[in-house]
Ligand binder design. Structure first.
Ligand code: AMP
Length: 414
């Protein structure tokens, strides 16, 4: 039997209501703040991600599904949404609109990662981007919106980690300082940390090794090295979050998987999730639009994983399927009449289903009960139908033509 590829999953009808709820809430929460929906193509020129996300990132080096389009152009299934949205912003001249341009999306993304609970090769994200504002208010607003969304979806035990990365120049200088510090304490570091000092010195902050942790307690922190205007920006973001009553932990070791971040970065995690604890995150990316050949344009945004949100949420109420009318057959003769009645009922705005499996009358009534039909019309001979109210059990004969008006008159349709 052919199965879905490793790391992918089917969204079955019973999964749909919960996912729909996330979409409705995203639309409501983000729409209320002036964000408008955008959808970009599933694949893009590979160069967009190589440049936008960064050549040296794990995403670009190891995780992209890249293919030749048959004409010598390299395309890639989108691994993230920010670079595509920025491309669309430039391509459609949105920099000429009043700024910031606020956009949101809900789409699927693709990363060739090792699959595990909460980590898939095709997954869904809802994301928001505000392009064209450098205000701390923009960052704080985006963070509050994500907090509100997680809240309405019922994500449990979430925590907000917050930091600032300053500018690329500050970061490069800090990196050198940290490398020098680590080299000076090489003998106290775990082997795997020592071997990666020059490659990825920030990883040392995440080490579980006691010796390394002792060294890292006194290590220089990027947050203490921010340039004055970056530090001021960050202080304002924090003050605004305080005003909004949002609690957060300052985490100077917070690093994210893309090169484009500047200044504010943040991540919501949930203790419900185990190893893959990130529910959603993002930050400011003031250099990205320029990197994509646009004018210098400050911007900020986030993305949150739908599957992780649902894994971390309490059981959501399942919306019952709606069936106003089930059209059953007493004999085979009424099949066309039954078909016509179902079509007309739908045109009249009712949710109507038709017997399609050749069941006995008893079987049809049992099935109608199972799917929660409010009424059953049993088509008999000569334009007569028996209309049964499934709730009260009451039934009476009526003309087939009167079935729809009677149901509408009863006014108890779902
Ligand atoms: P990122 O685009 O890496 O900042 O990820 C944003 C959010 O998307 C994460 O917090 C996760 O909720 C979700 N996410 C990222 N990668 C995956 C994946 N491979 N499978 C499922 N969800 C993911």
């Amino acid at each position: 039997m052919i199965q879905a590829p490793r790391g992918t999953f089917d969204i079955l009808p019973e999964d749909a209501p919960q996912r729909k709820l996330v979409e409705i809430e995203a639309e409501r929460v983000l729409g209320a703040a002036g964000y408008r929906r955008i959808e970009t193509p599933t694949f893009e020129a590979t160069e967009l991600f190589a440049r936008g996300v960064g050549e040296t990132t794990d995403i670009v080096q190891k995780e992209m599904y890249t293919f030749d389009d048959g004409g010598g152009r390299s395309l890639t299934l989108r691994p993230e949404g920010t670079a595509p949205v920025c491309r669309a912003y430039l391509e459609h001249g949105m920099h000429k609109l009043p700024q910031p341009v606020k956009l949101w999306y809900l789409s699927s993304f693709f990363r060739a990662e090792a699959p595990q609970r909460g980590r898939y090769r095709q997954f869904w994200q809802v994301g928001a981007e505000a392009i064209g504002s450098d205000a701390a208010e923009t960052d704080a607003e985006l963070i509050v919106l994500l907090a509100d969304l997680l809240d309405t979806v019922g994500v449990r035990h979430d925590r907000l980690r917050l930091s600032s990365l300053g500018t690329p120049a500050t970061r490069a200088e800090y990196r050198e300082e940290l490398k020098a510090y680590l080299h000076a304490h090489e003998d106290q570091l775990a082997d795997e940390v020592r071997n990666r000092i020059d490659l990825n010195p920030m990883r040392a902050f995440d080490s579980g090794d006691a010796g390394t942790q002792a060294v890292m307690r006194d290590a220089p922190k990027l947050l203490d090295r921010l340039a004055p205007d970056d530090a001021e920006h960050f202080a304002r973001v924090r003050a605004l979050l305080d005003d909004a009553g949002l609690s957060y932990e300052l985490d100077p070791t917070l690093v994210r998987g893309m090169d484009y971040y500047t200044r504010t970065v943040f991540e919501f995690t949930s203790d419900e999730l185990g190893a893959q604890s990130g529910v959603g995150g993002g930050g400011r990316y003031d250099g990205l639009i320029e990197l994509l050949d646009g004018p210098p344009t400050p911007a900020s945004g986030w993305a949150a994983g739908i599957e992780r949100m649902l894994l971390a949420a309490r059981e959501l109420p399942q919306a019952a399927d709606l069936v106003d009318l089930y059209v059953a057959l007493a004999t085979g003769d009424g099949a066309r009449t039954a078909f016509d009645l179902a079509v007309e009922a739908r045109r009249a705005g009712l949710q109507a289903q038709l017997e399609l499996a050749g069941r006995s009358l008893k079987g049809q009534l049992r099935h109608a009960g199972r799917i929660g039909a409010r009424y059953v019309a049993i088509i008999g001979d000569d334009g007569v139908a028996t209309l049964k109210d499934m709730e009260s059990g009451e039934q009476h004969d009526t003309g087939v033509r009167d079935v729809i008006p009677e149901i509408l008159r009863a006014g108890r349709v779902l």
